[in-house]
Design a binder for this molecule. Structure first.
Ligand SMILES: [Zn+2]
Length: 257
């Protein structure tokens, strides 16, 4: 059972009990307001944290991995900066997983082809990554996923099966959309915040602190700062005998249909 369903059942039962008690003047109406507030807090946490798997099942890390293996993922490309990221990955003979935006693929088809040519994996990260995408209807979100699939298929000739929701936000509409398109939802458990934190040292520490086998690292190939963070991260992984694998290998799943 999804956590959302369990939480909703508990709150509905608690709500009915409270309304009954209030109608018999046994309880203040404020108790009900506090209950609703708690439900809003829990639901908001579920929306914002993909790792909570509140609305849908997602693969965020693989704790069953015995070997020192991690996966590095790059969101929001392809971008001109992606080429430099690819050079760094080549230098350390490492393969990554790129969650690409359909429109970005249309803008930079040659860079997207380069990702494929160098044997990295491409996943779906919606077509527009619009800042209001998380309030889209189910049908509009399905279009977002399908349009990005078409853009990826044009350059790779393969249908992607991996999908990462923008901002890691999930909700009932996204859950329904993904159920319809049949993609495997990929989250992360090591969020670098490379799009917001200005210090390379802090970003690197966020990733390497308590790094474990099977961890999934989130970076963005669109950011300049990520280039130097990546190089330092790969040096860290190398000196600590970690192997970097793609998402499909980490979870033993198919990246393409
Ligand atoms: Zn994104």
């Amino acid at each position: 059972m999804l956590i959302r369903n369990f939480v909703n059942i508990v709150f509905i039962v608690a709500g009915i009990v409270m309304i009954t008690a209030i109608s018999f003047n046994k309880l203040s109406v404020w108790s009900l307001i506090v209950l609703v507030f708690c439900w809003v807090l829990i639901t908001t946490y579920g929306v914002l944290n993909i790792k909570a798997e509140y609305f849908l099942k997602s693969l965020n890390n693989n704790p069953n991995i015995k070997e020192k293996k991690v996966a590095i993922t790059f969101d929001d490309g392809p971008d001109l900066n992606t080429l430099k990221i690819l050079e760094v990955l080549d230098k350390y003979k490492v393969k990554g997983t790129f969650f690409c935006i359909g429109k970005q693929i249309e803008t930079h088809p040659d860079i997207a082809k380069e990702i494929i040519k160098r044997n990295h994996v491409i996943g779906n990260h919606t077509h527009t990554h619009d800042k209001f995408i998380d309030i889209y209807s189910t049908n509009r979100f399905i279009n977002e996923i399908e349009d990005a699939d078409i853009a990826i298929q044009k350059i790779s000739k393969k249908k992607p099966l991996l999908f990462r929701p923008p901002y890691g936000i999930t909700n009932p509409n996204i859950a329904r959309a993904v159920k319809k398109t049949g993609h495997t939802v990929i989250g992360w458990n090591k969020r670098s915040f490379d799009t917001t934190i200005p210090s390379e040292k802090v970003i690197l520490k966020r990733i390497t602190n308590n790094l474990k086998n099977g961890d999934v690292i989130l970076l963005h190939d669109t950011k300049l700062i990520t280039l130097s963070v990546l190089e330092q991260l790969l040096l860290f992984l190398q000196s600590n005998n970690y192997t970097t694998v793609t998402i499909d290998e980490l979870f033993s799943i198919q990246a393409y249909a």
